[in-house]
Each structure stands twice: as structure tokens, then as C-alpha cells.
Design a protein around this ligand. Structure first.
Ligand code: ARG
Length: 349
């Protein structure tokens, strides 16, 4: 990410029909157990992220590349699947030997919270066009599922019912270049707050002049300065839900002209447009019988349905926070308090 920052939105999905959804049991996606209290972790233009701040982000690495081998970012959407950008694999060879690093902050100092997996299968969108960066989306199936915890959580993928353009608390993160013109990936994960930019404005003649696709989102600042950059591709653009704490994965970092330039914001693949495609690839929705789904709606269209939540259990595998750990922690805490209070049970708050 460049020192200039940008803004983004995320969204999580609601259940549509029984076997065909990417739904999550309540409270199992988009959560940031390690995030600082609101107000203490504000981003102003590309800053170091705290460990575990964006627990769904992964680093996709080619072991034949110098250094850490970092190529692209990605987001964990199930314990076995990572959502990323198709263009990361244009010249890729021997992808099965590539690494996916989950739960990391410093790429050169992978601590005990880090999990490393190999790629079992790469699924690039069948209509991906490298010329126009159309359908710049891909999925990676991991060789082994990851374990969720304080530093590893799933991102929530929104379906068409989420009104993404209404989300205002949006962030990008990645190990991409922090310099607009040069430089390789950074060691410490960077994060920045980036507002979503209206796609009509983003595609207007003085901006991207028609190069932005209907399935793209733009995020950043009209004057530039804060943005994703080379190496951030495939990584998450997330926005907090308007009524809850969790974050929605609304975009996949795709492209931009230069980095952090005025009127040239970051362009992201909108995940909600590819919701059904994602389900089909993950084997959660039969391809041939996929029923037509509502298209994402324009901002102005009022929806006669309840707001989306990463709600009821569906066929999408959850990645729950290790409950056992929490139970153990509270037991210990209780014992400690009992000792401190002379064997008396602590007062409940
Ligand atoms: N295509 C770049 C990559 O492969 C991401 C570029 C994002 N550019 C931008 N100006 N936001 O990492």
C-alpha cells in the first residue's frame, strides 16, 4: 500500500436458500478479536497494522521469488478457501508449490500465530481478461483447512442484498509497495481507511474514462495520497456493517493507474457480483441448476427486506473462534479473582 491512503467497504451475506448460500453461523465471520477499541486504531494513510488486526488476510508466496516470495494478498472465506485476484497467476508456474501464509503481520518473522498452507487447486475466473482486467477474481483451495483463532478469522462475503455503497467505514490492507513509484513488498502489514467512490464518478472522463467495469468498486481519495499498490492485489477491501461490529469483504484489490494519484483511485473486484460464482466453485451451489439471483441493487433502490447479516447456519463451513480457549481463560480468571477476593465469588458486572 502506498503512503497515500484510501477507503473501502466490506459486507457479509444473508441466507437465500438452503443448500446454496455462503452463510455463516452468527458471529463466525468478519470479526476482529485482536482489533484495538474503536478510536485507538484509526488509520490515517497507510500505517503498520497491529498483529491480528485483519485476521482474514493471507500472503500468497512463490518460493522461487527473492525474499519472502510475496506475490499477492488474499482473504480467507472458509477454512479451506482463499479469495484473491486472477491477475496474480498470469505468469504463475508450479502453483502447487506456492505458499499461503495465514495469520501473519511481519512476513520475515512468522510467529506462532502463523499457519502456512499449500495450494491444492487454483480456480481462475473463466472469463478473466488480462487485457481489460475483467472478472479479476480467483479462488485457492488450500491443502489443509486452517484453524481459527485470535489471528485467523474468516471474511464475510456479501450477496446481492447488501447495499455496499451505503457502507462508510472501509479499509484496505496488504504487504504491497509503500512507494507510489517503486519498491517491493513491505515486511509489516499496512492498513488504510479508504472511502468508496461512486463508480459513475470513477468512470467519468477525467477519472478512468470508462475503464472501470460494472463489477468493479473504486475506493480512495479524489486527491490521491492513500491507496493500494503493487503487491496489494488480491487482498481485501472491507467495510464495517452499518449496524454491527463485523466487517464485510466487499472488494478484491485489482488495479489502478499508478498508485495514489489524484483521480486514479484503486479499483477493486466487487465480491457481491461474484457471489454465485464463488459458491459454485466451492461446490456449494450446483453450476447447471443455479437459480437466477438478484443483481446487486443501485443505492437509491429501497430494499423491502431485512438488512443482511452473516446470520444463520448454512452450507458454508464456519470457522468458529476456539470456544474451548475462551472457556479455559474465563475459568482461570474466575479462579484468580476468587483467590484475590478471599475465596469469594467475584461480583458480576
Ligand atoms: N495490480 C496491483 C497488484 O498486482 C494492484 C494495484 C492497485 N493499484 C492501485 N492504484 N490501487 O498488486
Amino acid at each position: 500500500m502506498t503512503v497515500d491512503a484510501a477507503m473501502v467497504t466490506f459486507s457479509c451475506k444473508r441466507q437465500l436458500s438452503v443448500p446454496c448460500t455462503l452463510t455463516y453461523p452468527r458471529g463466525t465471520c468478519g470479526l476482529r478479536p485482536m482489533a484495538a477499541q474503536p478510536g485507538t486504531s484509526r488509520v490515517v494513510g497507510g500505517t503498520d497494522a497491529q498483529a491480528g488486526a485483519w485476521p482474514w488476510i493471507v500472503s500468497i508466496q512463490d518460493p522461487w521469488r527473492a525474499g519472502t516470495g510475496h506475490i499477492c494478498g488474499g482473504s480467507l472465506i472458509s477454512p479451506r478457501w482463499v479469495l484473491t485476484a486472477a491477475h496474480c497467476f498470469v505468469k504463475a508456474r508450479h502453483v502447487n508449490a506456492w505458499r499461503v501464509v495465514i495469520g501473519a503481520t511481519h512476513l520475515t518473522q512468522l510467529g506462532p500465530d502463523t499457519q502456512v498452507r499449500n495450494i491444492k487447486r487454483l480456480v481462475v475466473h473463466e472469463d478473466y481478461s488480462s487485457v481489460w482486467e475483467r472478472n479479476d477474481i480467483a479462488l485457492l483451495e488450500l491443502d489443509q483447512p486452517v484453524q481459527c483463532g485470535y489471528h485467523v478469522q474468516l471474511a464475510c462475503v456479501p450477496d446481492a442484498s447488501l447495499r455496499v455503497s451505503e457502507l462508510t467505514n472501509c479499509y484496505v490492507s496488504g504487504w504491497g509497495s509503500t512507494m507510489a513509484r517503486a519498491g517491493g513488498p513491505t515486511d509489516v502489514l499496512q492498513e488504510a481507511k479508504v472511502p468508496l467512490i461512486n463508480v459513475h464518478l470513477c468512470n467519468s472522463s477525467r477519472w478512468y474514462a470508462g475503464a472501470v467495469h460494472p463489477h468493479n468498486l473504486c475506493a480512495g481519495y479524489p486527491w490521491g495520497g492513500i491507496d493500494t499498490c503493487q503487491g496489494d492485489s488480491g487482498g481485501p477491501l472491507v467495510c464495517q456493517d452499518n449496524n454491527a461490529e463485523y466487517f464485510w469483504l466487499v472488494g478484491v484489490t485489482s488495479w489502478g493507474r499508478g498508485c495514489a494519484r489524484a483521480k486514479r483511485p484503486g479499483v477493486y473486484t466487487s465480491t457481491q457480483h461474484f457471489y454465485d460464482w464463488i459458491l459454485v466453485q466451492m461446490g456449494l451451489l450446483p453450476a447447471a441448476t443455479a437459480p437466477p439471483r438478484p443483481r446487486p441493487v443501485a443505492t437509491s433502490t429501497p430494499l423491502q427486506r431485512p438488512p443482511p447479516t452473516p446470520a444463520q447456519a448454512g452450507s458454508f463451513t464456519a470457522c468458529p473462534f476456539p470456544r474451548q480457549k475462551l472457556v479455559e481463560f474465563f475459568k482461570l480468571l474466575q479462579e484468580l479473582l476468587q483467590v484475590l477476593w478471599g475465596k469469594k465469588a467475584p461480583a458480576t458486572a
